[in-house]
Ligand binder design. Structure first.
Ligand SMILES: Nc1ncnc2c1ncn2[C@@H]1O[C@H](COP(=O)(O)OP(=O)(O)OP(=O)(O)O)[C@@H](O)[C@H]1O
Ligand SMILES: [Mg+2]
Length: 255
């Protein structure tokens, strides 16, 4: 199963959701890969404990190799890094990824990621892709290469507007490039059950027929702390309510 976590809006919880679902998947003995396509490298840093600037083997090499005909290729198992947790691996991002974008685009390399991910399905049970907050070459490659798309939604009015545009973009990708792509669901993140506006926005989405997933993720300082400590919630605070919601969400996605 290949899943992309995407929303072109920044800061909605893409990296947090990608890494925490992936860590739960791995903790349940599914061999799991996180592909980080965001040059900010938040997921790579979160799971590997060091900034992407310090990494030599990253997804940059994969895309650069897609542009060159050279026999001296780095094999994927050199680029994919094990984490300190069993069954959990990361293909790290790289800060300079965007410097390759124009070339990759002009030379029609949009299907290269899909080919590589299909090969990795021989190795991995579950692949999660974290994307940058933009509909660019890398996020479009991810949408083309995935079976399912999860959309984090952070309950503000701008997110509501962005969502319509986002669902249109996904429908267009499905139509033009990837008939297998389905919207797995909208993940409501940083829900504050006491506040009225978020509840109204979520209800509006449901009334409009959008696939809002039944498990909502609460806002908790534990998330920031877990980023700070480079330790996903399932290992940092396994009994916390937010962790329980992630486990429940993962279970829902498995059905
Ligand atoms: N459920 C939550 N409770 C509290 N804080 C959260 C929660 N989810 C995410 N955050 C915090 O919100 C911030 C943004 O989250 P995250 O980096 O996952 O978003 P993103 O969509 O990946 O951002 P970007 O678009 O920049 O890549 C982070 O500081 C993270 O710790
Ligand atoms: Mg992110």
């Amino acid at each position: 199963m290949i899943r992309v976590v995407f929303n072109q809006k920044g800061g909605v919880g893409k990296s947090s959701i990608t890494c925490n679902l992936a860590a739960i998947s791995a903790s349940q003995s599914f061999k799991t890969l996180v592909v980080d396509l965001d040059p900010q490298g938040n997921s790579s840093h979160y799971l590997l404990g060091r900034p992407v600037q310090e990494m030599d083997d990253t997804v940059f090499d994969f895309f650069e190799q897609a542009l060159t005909i050279s026999s001296q290729r780095k094999p994927m198992d050199q680029l994919i890094q094990p984490t300190q947790w069993d069954h959990l691996y990361v293909l790290p991002a790289h800060a300079e990824l965007e410097t390759l974008e124009a070339k990759l685009e002009s030379r029609y390399k949009i299907y290269k990621l899909k080919e590589m991910l299909q090969e990795q399905l021989n190795e991995f049970d579950c692949i999660f892709i974290d994307t940058p907050p933009a509909l660019n070459f890398f996020s479009r490659s991810a949408l083309i290469g995935s079976d399912r798309c999860l959309i984090p939604f952070d309950c503000d009015a701008f997110s509501r507007q962005a969502l319509t545009q986002l669902l249109d973009s996904i429908a267009e990708m499905r139509e033009d490039h990837n008939p297998d792509l389905s919207v797995e669901g909208i993940v409501v993140n940083q829900m504050q059950p006491q506040a009225k506006l978020p509840q109204m926005l979520v209800q509006e989405l449901i009334d409009d027929g959008h696939p809002v997933l039944p498990v909502h993720l609460m806002s908790s300082v534990k998330m920031r702390e877990s980023h700070q400590l480079n330790t996903p919630l399932i290992h940092y605070v396994p009994k916390h309510k937010l962790t329980g919601q992630f486990v429940e969400l993962f279970k829902t996605l498995q059905q």
